[in-house]
Design a protein around this ligand. Structure first.
Ligand SMILES: Nc1nc2c(ncn2[C@@H]2O[C@H](COP(=O)(O)OP(=O)(O)OP(=O)(O)O)[C@@H](O)[C@H]2O)c(=O)[nH]1
Ligand SMILES: [Mg+2]
Length: 197
């Protein structure tokens, strides 16, 4: 798939603010700082389209981006960021869960984990939750430029084991720096959104 256009549509805190469900959607979930916004920018080759930051918790709203006038990419706030008040965290949790559970036009979710770390309890809960609700899910290991091939081979096994990834399930290695994994992600997206008509 070739990316021709990518534009910001809107930010929302609740369903009232979501755009209409007339296009298929693909969403990105993962811990704060894992690289969700950077991945979206690399995917559509538009630096700065989704706001990124080295400070976790940058994305606090659900952000919708329209690509090729054909589908939407959805940047969700990160979970697991300790430095926000409990009340705010609970609100984010509800926002993310409410979106994932009720969005009819959602065709698939990429769950991002940092390639260098063992997935956390929250990562595991999120993955189980997505499987439970039968949301098509593909796990992506981010920042893979930070590991040697050897280290990645080892970490891959750790991630698969910790998440109990089924053998037939994909684990895509991605780098927003080098673009590694971009084509694989686009293929998955094509499959999700182009078979949705
Ligand atoms: N080396 C490297 N750094 C990355 C990569 N992806 C993201 N980063 C860095 O990681 C930090 C967080 O990236 P974001 O894309 O803002 O992360 P996020 O998941 O959107 O974070 P929240 O919005 O807080 O949930 C930034 O400093 C990025 O430059 C990558 O593939 N390689
Ligand atoms: Mg972000």
């Amino acid at each position: 798939m070739k990316i021709v256009t990518a534009e910001f549509v809107t930010s929302a805190v609740n369903p009232g603010g979501y755009p209409p469900e007339d296009l298929p959607e693909v969403a990105f979930v993962g811990r704060s700082n894992v690289g969700k916004s950077s991945l979206i920018n690399k995917l559509v080759n538009r630096r700065g389209l989704a706001k990124t930051s080295s400070t976790p918790g940058r994305t606090q709203l659900i952000n919708f981006f329209k690509v090729n006038n054909r589908f939407l990419l959805v940047d969700l706030p990160g979970y697991g960021f300790a430095k926000v008040p409990e009340t705010v965290r609970a609100k984010w949790g509800q926002m993310i869960e409410g979106y994932l559970k009720n969005r009819e036009s959602l065709k698939g979710v990429f769950q991002l984990v940092d390639c260098r770390h063992t997935p956390t309890v929250q990562d595991r809960q999120m993955y189980e939750w997505l499987l439970h609700y039968q949301v098509p899910t593909v796990v992506v290991a981010t920042k893979v430029d930070k590991l040697s091939n050897n280290q990645w081979a080892k970490q891959q096994a750790v991630i698969k084991k910790t998440l109990s990834l089924a053998p037939e399930h994909l684990l895509i290695a991605f780098s927003a720096e080098t673009g590694r994994g971009r084509d694989e992600l686009l293929q998955v997206i094509s499959h999700w959104v182009l078979t949705a008509d």
